[in-house]
Design a protein around this ligand. Structure first.
Ligand SMILES: Cc1ncc(C[n+]2csc(CCOP(=O)(O)OP(=O)(O)O)c2C)c(N)n1
Length: 581
């Protein structure tokens, strides 16, 4: 049986140990080839090959539910459930998702890809099956990194106490998140990896504990899973694995064991992340009170250079965004200025902490949101398109979107100088491009292009400035003069921007975020409140879960490129003309 012939998990049943070893090697070679071309999660999947084969041999998916926490390590699961022929399109528009996907397969149960949720889903599913009398197993696979997330411990608290409700928790322990996993839980797992100990957190919480078992020995993993299933109670199966297993460059990669690799054809150019990385080091050199926090993403979030230069001023708190935010509040109370560097999509988790623990206490904490807006191939769960909609309700919070490297540096310096309110900077996963100079500055906005008497104002938010300027060029060819401004701070709305917008017939805010709650709506409201006749609106992303594709493809599909912006302006002007007529 080769990977190409495998129709589904049932085909694994008749294979010998030797056959399985051959299959495992074939899967590794396949993953290395495909992921190196298209990009994606390599190290985590290479570490989960035998474990996933064993899971599919012991349990009867989809009748039994296999839940992959975070889901970035589910490629092997996809290959074993008949999707190997679609892997050329991995993470590309219309192709296989980089995470489990309920529309792709009945074998995919959860697909959110925000870490540390699987045990809670497992808890709910086990309760549902118990109440409905369904004889179905629930198995949750969770990494040692994801296990640092608070939700896991809330779930373990519930699962362990329900001795008669069986759930199998498979702990895929490779000792790493991106970097080595940190904290007391990681230290405890290291102790357990050494063999039987008197202290065992899991048994203390009410679980049976099986292991540690070599997660690359299919037979051994199978044996322990069979035993776990027979126990008919909550059980933790501790599998010790090697991230990047079997691929020397991944095993040797000190930074993150090739956790995620870019597509071979990936675009070049300097990233926004690297501009932040340099800026925060420069600020840190003059501001000894500046400290940085990361939720297990020191390097991806741009804190690598800062951590090298000021190691005692960076705190990796584990995959614990809520804790990161309130811990930052504590640091601010203690007289420091914390910078929480985080992907935009993961801040949603800690909204209440931003609102109550930081803002209510009027604390100066700066949030730097990487991957804000459309991210691309990671799909719906990773687009950072919610922050600019939910954060504006936080009293006192100031939100900025830089348009270029110079404005990122400038806005970051301003943000960390504010000591009595949360400040937020957001920028995308993209190349940053050259600086875009302003033709003049006014209170509340930078003017990037000015056409005196122009009927149309484009309010270009952050990284869409370039597209707005190109749209203005295109509109000029249609004899539609356009002025383009960059508000820099989208929250609070500056009265100067409102006054300037009132001098135009149409003011369109162009934004790389969900249209709900975006800047254009606030502008329209403010103009309406002052009785101005200017038609103001937001032109942004729909309130929808957008599937994976490249960032440019998604922006284009929603008209957020130069051509799309110009077309929208023309359409709106035509509508306004029709209304008048
Ligand atoms: C809430 C949340 N924060 C951060 C991330 C980014 N992230 C993806 S995988 C990962 C590390 C996961 O480590 P682990 O669970 O041990 O799995 P491994 O990759 O080591 O197999 C992180 C931090 C995420 N997916 N969700």
């Amino acid at each position: 049986m080769t990977l190409a012939d495998l129709a589904g998990p049932a085909d694994l049943a008749g294979l010998s140990t030797a056959d399985l070893e051959v299959l495992a090697e074939e899967i590794r070679a396949f993953l290395i080839e495909k992921v190196r071309i298209g990009g994606g999660h390599l190290g985590p999947n290479l570490g989960a090959v035998e474990l996933t084969i064993a899971l599919h041999r012991v349990f009867d998916s989809p009748r039994d539910l296999l839940l992959f926490d975070t889901g970035h390590q589910a490629y092997v699961h996809k290959l074993l459930t008949g999707r190997q022929h679609d892997f050329d399109g991995l993470r590309q528009a219309g192709g296989v998702s980089g995470y489990p996907s309920r529309t792709e397969s009945p074998h995919d149960v959860i697909e959110n890809s925000h870490a540390s949720t699987a045990l809670s889903y497992a808890d709910g599913l086990a309760k549902a099956f118990a109440l409905r009398g369904a004889d179905r197993r629930v198995v949750a696979v969770v990494g040692d990194g994801a296990l640092t997330g608070g939700m896991c411990w809330e779930a373990l608290n519930n699962l362990g106490a329900a001795r008669d409700r069986p759930v199998v928790v498979v702990l895929n322990d490779n000792g790493r998140s991106y970097a080595p996993t940190v904290g007391g839980v990681a230290d405890h797992l290291a102790l357990l990896r050494g063999g039987p100990t008197a202290a065992n957190l899991f048994t203390t919480l009410g679980f049976a504990y099986l292991g540690p078992v070599d997660g690359h020995d299919v037979d051994a993993v199978e044996r322990v899973l069979v035993e776990a299933a027979k126990l008919n109670r909550p059980v933790v199966v501790h599998c010790v694995t090697v991230k990047g297993k079997g691929y020397a460059p991944a095993e040797a990669d000190e930074a993150d064991r090739m956790h995620a690799v870019g597509a071979r054809s990936g675009g070049g150019g300097r990233s926004w992340t690297s501009v932040f990385a340099d800026s925060i080091v420069e600020l840190g050199a003059t501001r000894p009170d500046l400290v940085c926090l990361t939720a297990a993403m020191t390097r991806p979030a741009g804190l690598g250079p800062f951590a090298e230069r000021f190691p005692s001023r960076v705190f990796d708190v584990g995959i614990a965004e809520q804790h990161a935010v309130t811990s930052a509040a504590g640091l601010a109370m203690g007289g420091l200025h914390p910078v929480v560097a985080i992907y935009a999509t993961f801040l949603s988790r800690a909204f209440d902490q931003v609102l109550m623990d930081v803002a209510l206490h009027r604390l100066g904490v700066t949030f730097v949101l990487d991957r804000a807006g459309v991210t691309g191939p990671d799909g719906a769960s990773h687009h950072g398109m919610w922050d600019a909609s939910v954060l504006p309700v936080v009293p006192g919070l100031r939100l900025a979107a830089p348009r270029d490297p110079a404005s990122l540096r400038e806005l970051l310096a301003i943000a960390v100088s504010i000591s009595d309110a949360p400040t937020v900077l957001r920028y995308p996963k993209a190349s940053v491009g050259p600086d875009i100079p302003s033709v003049r500055r006014a209170a509340g906005y930078d003017v990037l292009r000015e056409e005196p008497g122009a009927p149309v104002l484009l309010v270009a938010v952050g990284p869409l400035a370039g597209a707005c300027l190109a749209a203005a060029d295109e509109l000029a060819r249609h004899d539609v003069p356009v002025t383009v401004v960059d508000p820099q701070w989208t929250m609070p709305l500056h009265p100067g921007l409102v006054r300037f917008a009132a001098e135009h017939r149409l003011a369109l805010a162009v934004e790389d975020t969900t249209e709900t709650g975006a800047l254009g709506g606030r502008l329209a409201q403010a103009l309406a409140a002052t009785g101005e006749s200017t038609c103001a609106a937001t032109f942004a992303l729909p309130r929808a879960f957008l599937p994976h594709a490249s960032r440019d493809e998604i922006l284009r599909a929603h008209g957020l490129d130069a051509g799309g912006i110009a077309a929208t302006v023309l359409k709106r002007l035509a509508l306004m003309k029709a209304e008048v007529a």
